[in-house]
Design a binder for this molecule. Structure first.
Ligand SMILES: *Cc1c(COP(=O)(O)O)cnc(C)c1O
Length: 356
């Protein structure tokens, strides 16, 4: 049977009933791609969970299908979110499909072009805040607390319930077993929380017989979980994780500690190196924030972190979540490469240029 989205696929694990109107774009079922280059470097089996292939180009769709379905079930007329970009793109698309009004608050000038165009074309009301993401989130939380609008940021518990299906899929795709390590970028920390929920649930229900260590990565200039304090002016080229006061701070620490994993920082330089490696050597185009998971495992490898695992198990398994598609942020890609050279319309010029 064809794929009908994460709610139908994982219905028995989700808080839905026969009466819940399912608002879906057939999200999920994203590929788990073996990475030859990274497997060789780590001496492991490294897989890329390419979440950029969701309908609006990021993992946010897994949570949004459930959050908007439940909003529709409760007869909500307006959904609202603060966003570094992808939440607004996803909320706008699912709200359009549900016939619900959508309002999004974004930090002015700080969101990637692709994401902004998505929110706008899906007819959300987009407001640019003269402030950062953390301030935007604070404002929409207050509005949602006092007015009849549904907040669809990851503070909405249905977002995390939907996103935990990423962990189910990884296990299902690995032949119904959990990886040894799960690497993931951390911004507002909802996704690391959701994946850990999913892995724990599959273990508790005895579908798999182990759980991975969670390896979370923040950008050096936006690493409150690593520094153990709020970052007032978060800075990084990875705009999707440019967050100084994560909403799921405590739960991310729990995921780290319960799984005996870690949360570390990677520099923008390391993020961009991983971004280019994925594009050039794997043919996988992601947005910069997504590359933090790969930058992270390369950093840990260089520090000898996986040595013990390699001794214990010949081929341990590592999954890196690639959270969003590279086309979200075309400006960044263009900045990273040489511009195309112009040639005259002559065969000789073409031959000379390609040096055959
Ligand atoms: C939202 C997002 C993140 C961060 O996820 P959190 O749940 O906020 O930690 C990372 N990468 C991309 C592409 C995102 O859209």
């Amino acid at each position: 049977m064809s794929w009908r989205g994460i709610i139908e696929q994982y219905r028995k694990y989700l808080p839905v009933s026969a009466g819940t109107p399912v608002v879906t774009l057939n999200e999920g079922n994203t590929p788990l791609i073996p990475s030859k280059a990274l497997s060789a470097v780590l001496g492991a089996q490294v897989f890329l969970k390419y979440e950029g292939l969701n309908p609006t180009g990021s993992f946010k769709d897994r949570g949004m299908t459930l959050a908007v379905s439940k909003a529709k079930e409760s007869r909500a007329r307006v959904v609202i979110c603060a966003s570094t970009g992808n939440t607004s793109a996803s909320a706008a698309a699912y709200a359009a499909r549900a016939g619900i009004r959508c309002v999004v608050l974004i930090p002015k000038g700080a969101i990637a072009l692709g994401k902004l165009s998505q929110a706008l074309i899906h007819n959300a009301q987009v407001l640019a805040l003269d402030g950062n993401f953390d301030e935007a989130l604070q404002m929409v939380r207050e509005i949602a607390g006092r007015h009849p609008v549904t907040l669809v940021n990851s503070l909405n518990p249905y977002r995390l319930e939907g996103q935990k299906t990423g962990a189910f899929e990884v296990c299902d795709q690995l032949g119904v077993r959990a990886p040894d390590y799960h690497a993931i970028p951390v911004g507002n920390a909802g996704n690391i929380t959701a994946y850990w929920m999913g892995y724990k649930e599959y273990r508790e229900k005895n579908i798999v017989n182990s759980r991975p260590r969670m390896l979370g990565f923040q950008a050096e200039g936006a690493a409150p979980l690593v520094r153990k304090k709020i970052v007032l002016k978060p800075k990084t080229i990875a705009s999707a994780i440019r967050i100084g006061n994560p909403a799921s701070w405590k739960k991310a620490e729990e995921a780290r500690d319960e799984s005996e994993g870690l949360i570390e920082a990677v520099t923008d330089r390391q993020i961009l190196a991983a971004y280019e490696l994925l594009a050039k050597e794997e043919g996988v185009f992601v947005e910069p924030a997504s590359a933090a998971s790969v930058a992270g495992i390369l950093k840990l490898h260089a520090a000898g972190y996986f040595k013990k695992a390699r001794r214990q198990k010949k081929k341990f398994r590592v999954v890196c979540v690639l959270t969003g598609h590279g086309l979200k942020d075309p400006d960044r890609a263009i900045l990273s490469v040489k511009k195309p050279k112009t040639i005259p319309a002559k065969l000789s010029a073409l031959l000379e240029a390609i040096e055959l």
